[in-house]
Design a protein around this ligand. Sequence first.
Ligand code: NAD
Length: 249
Amino acid sequence: MKTALITGAARGIGLATARTLLDRGWNVALLDRDEAQLFQAVRDLGEGVAVVADVSDPAQVEDAWDQVSQHFGRLDALVNNAGVADFGPIAETTFDRWRTVMATNLDGPFLMTQAFTSMLAADGGGAVVNITSISGLRASTLRVAYGTSKAALAHLTLQQAAELGELGIRVNAVAPGPVNTKLAMAVHTDDIRAAYHDAIPLNRYGQESEIAEVIAFLVSDAASYVTGQVLAADGGFGATGIGLPSLRG
Ligand SMILES: NC(=O)c1ccc[n+]([C@@H]2O[C@H](COP(=O)([O-])OP(=O)(O)OC[C@H]3O[C@@H](n4cnc5c(N)ncnc54)[C@H](O)[C@@H]3O)[C@@H](O)[C@H]2O)c1
């Protein structure tokens, strides 16, 4: 049975992805550092295996490898979804705040993919999906750390695709537009929400399940010749430039 490991799976987009892959018959290991929320999520799902770890800590990543190896002994898909958002002006972004964002959003996918490469390569290869963001595709105020971490993750995706292809490992990224998760609710003010509506041709936030569908496609055999891509699921945000709100009006 195909096995997936999803990081940041205790809630939000990661949990929706776990649900989608379980529905499609995958074994799923759900990894998160929030132990209470993670065990609650696995109880609610009624299936899946909980792996408590912080993706930014090399020792905990090694421990996660041991747990996945013991439970399943194989891995076909790794979804590097765990992420943190911290919006603030450059002048107020202390080095600690910067490092906290980079540690989870960039160090995490580097460490996780490196640790699980040999498990993914065994049995004919596998797939990695890194969750970036539209904030990594276009710049905006307040996102110096978050946006830069996601742009770097998009390039890490290309580096990994270039090097791991020979092992039969495909590596792609999904860049979600805004989705009403706890992460977004914490940093999206009313002004930001209104601006998003203005800038998105579909004129709404995405659903967690709509992002999960794209991730599920990229880890599936239907995407067997797709690697090194950053696929935005953003309601058309990336397509627009100036003038959309006025034209709409
Ligand atoms: N929600 C959005 O609008 C949006 C938009 C674009 C991109 N994204 C990206 O999608 C991903 C999922 O976001 P979400 O909105 O579902 O967030 P969320 O905050 O609802 O869930 C994130 C989960 O990751 C876990 N996590 C955070 N840091 C971790 C670490 N170091 N180790 C292990 N677990 C960790 C958290 O405990 C939480 O359960 C993130 O990478 C985020 O940047 C979200």
